[in-house]
Design a binder for this molecule. Structure first.
Ligand code: PLP
Length: 278
């Protein structure tokens, strides 16, 4: 069952207008919620970010936070999702194509669930990545449907046999195509500050909280590709990839070329966090 424009409906019954501004302009925002054992991890933070993205692009959310929360839980229940995701997006609505906001249009909500296994094997082995100039706009903190640069970047990585990209702006590392990025040097954790150049990842904040609890010094400060070359460990963080070690960058091993001790410690703490979900 999907949720589309005020109704719970089977996917086959959904008819999206060709005039939907999401289709013409990518004029919308989205969230991805992670479900473990039927429970939502960090639901409140995801709803807050959804509202922040909506405010950032001046879309009026068609439902209150409580209503959105009940849509998420109802979909998990009716679709009997144990491990998976809930995808939710709002577009500015349907109107004849014109750049200016339409005078009359109703924002349209789409939400659905998808079963998804945790990437346990890949998290044990790690992935390779390639660096790429970050050519996105300057509102990467908003989770909008405009993902073309991210899509092209991901394909660029796959075409080179890598798992993902590490974006940089003129040599300063920002994040990955659909994850935040962190490096470890001499037991200390570094990641780009949560400003307009990166998404304020929910997993990023969980990992930073866990790092502090584990007495791992945390530096939310920009670092360069040259500094990254000297990293002992590196990993991506995201709702679906969790804590994903990056063991090779541009063909060179990161540290020993295997997931390092700080990454594994954080993975174990994250695992604990999941097991304590109520
Ligand atoms: N950065 C980008 C560009 C993303 O698309 C995502 C997730 O989709 C993230 C970071 C990670 O955010 P979160 O941990 O909230 O999933």
């Amino acid at each position: 069952m999907y949720f589309f424009q005020d109704r719970y409906v089977p996917k086959e019954e959904i008819a999206v207008s060709p005039d939907d501004r999401g289709y013409y302009f990518g004029d919308g925002i989205y969230e991805v919620f992670r479900v473990y054992g039927g429970k939502v991890l960090e639901g409140k933070a995801h709803f807050q970010r959804f509202q922040r993205s909506a405010d950032g692009v001046r879309i009026q959310l068609p439902y209150s936070a409580e209503e959105l929360n009940s849509i998420v839980h109802k979909l998990i229940d009716v679709n009997q999702i144990a491990d998976g995701i809930v995808y939710m997006q709002v577009t500015r609505g349907a109107a004849p194509r014109a750049h200016a906001f339409p005078k009359q249009s109703e924002p349209i909500l789409l939400a659905y669930t998808s079963e998804m296994e945790r990437p346990l094997d890949t998290m044990r082995k790690g992935i390779s990545a390639v660096t790429l100039e970050d050519t996105r706009w300057l509102h990467c903190d908003l989770k909008t449907l405009n993902l073309l640069a991210n899509v092209i970047a991901k394909q660029h990585a796959l075409d080179q046999g890598a798992g993902d990209v590490i974006f940089h702006r003129s040599g300063t590392v920002t994040e990955s195509s659909s994850s935040n990025f962190m490096m470890v040097k001499q037991g200390e954790l570094y990641t780009h500050p949560a400003n307009n150049l990166v998404l304020h990842g929910i997993t990023r904040s969980v990992v930073l909280r866990l790092a502090k609890q584990l007495h791992i010094p945390v530096h939310e400060q920009p670092f360069t590709l040259e500094q990254l070359q000297l990293a002992d460990e590196a990993f991506l963080t995201s709702t679906t990839s969790e804590i994903m070690p990056v063991v090779q960058i541009d063909g060179r091993a990161v540290g020993d070329g295997i997931p390092g001790p700080v990454s594994r410690k954080l993975q174990a703490a994250f695992e604990q966090e999941i097991s304590e979900l109520t």
